[in-house]
Design a protein. Structure first.
Length: 296
């Protein structure tokens, strides 16, 4: 593979991530390559985090985020944590500034190995999310799933964390809902011109939320960092919780803090699985011997 690039298969609380090193290259990962990698068991992923050279002064790198269906995403908190761990292991540096389609964000690795990402400022205006029509109050909109006369899910909170999210509040176990049944139609509902991430949230206490997410372009996921942020912000905004909460996703807990300056901080782990090389045009890949990763 003359066109090879290095990658690491990683995960953030079970959210399957490929970190691809596209620095010092003029090419990009094609949708064909992404779909091929997603279709193989060893390299199946929720998102590819492609690290490119910086485009904006004051940033370290530009990150392109690719879903398993080959489409691009604006934000991926779990993937960003994987990028930080990968780069910290390579360079020894612990603080980074990245640019993505969603804007510029900062991230840091702590001494205990946990990683915090500044996910930016949430946006609540209907045109900023965006929605297809004006909505006076995005804390609760007129949207439902299930029978018209007895909806299973209804009245979600809507917010953008750089990508659009709908959070449906439920009073019981989030696992009792067929999210795989309702998620696809809700993701593609006409109210969401750019589609949306669909979550079911149960507030257990003012400091604890259970969450499951159907991720736009990826489907059911064990963790979606931006969805955890969206749920935490929306819960606080609707008076359900405080501004600092633990969000339990299927893969484990994330700490979310909606600071007084409106920035949302997400803290959680990342985990390396194996290293490889791949062709960004075709997706052909192979494993390689892993470098000494030490204590990331």
């Amino acid at each position: 593979m003359a066109n090879k690039a290095n990658f690491a298969k990683m995960n953030g609380l079970g959210n399957q991530i490929i970190v691809a090193d596209m620095r010092a290259r003029a090419d990009c990962i094609t949708a064909q390559a992404a779909i091929r990698l997603a279709g193989e068991s060893d390299t199946a992923f929720d998102q590819i985090m492609a690290i490119h050279d910086a485009r904006t002064p004051g940033t370290d790198y530009y990150i392109t985020i690719i879903n398993c269906d080959g489409t691009e995403a604006q934000a991926c908190g779990n993937g960003t944590r994987c990028v930080v761990q990968w780069l910290a292991n390579e360079s020894g540096k612990r603080n980074f500034t990245f640019e993505t389609r969603a804007g510029i964000l900062t991230a840091s690795e702590h001494e205990d190995g946990l990683i915090s990402v500044d996910m930016g400022i949430p946006r609540f205006g209907w045109q900023d999310i965006p929605l297809a029509a004006a909505v006076a109050d995005t804390r609760s909109i007129d949207l439902q799933a299930g029978p018209t006369d007895a909806p299973v899910l209804k009245s979600p909170s809507i917010v953008s964390m750089g990508n659009p999210h709908a959070i449906f509040w439920v009073d019981n176990d989030v696992w009792s809902y067929a999210l795989d049944e309702y998620g696809p139609a809700l993701e593609h509902d006409p109210i969401f011109p750019e589609r949306a991430n669909i979550s079911i949230a149960h507030v257990r206490t003012p400091e604890l939320i259970d969450l499951r997410t159907w991720e736009r372009g990826a489907g059911l996921t064990r963790a979606c960092g931006s969805a955890a942020c969206a749920a935490a912000v929306s819960a606080a905004r609707t008076g359900r919780t405080q501004r600092t909460v633990t969000v339990n996703v299927p893969g484990g807990p994330l700490k979310i803090e909606w600071r007084e300056d409106d920035h949302v901080m997400m803290t959680g782990p990342a985990e390396w699985e194996f290293d490889g090389i791949f062709d960004p045009e075709t997706g052909e890949w192979s494993r390689i011997a892993s470098p000494d990763r030490g204590a990331a």
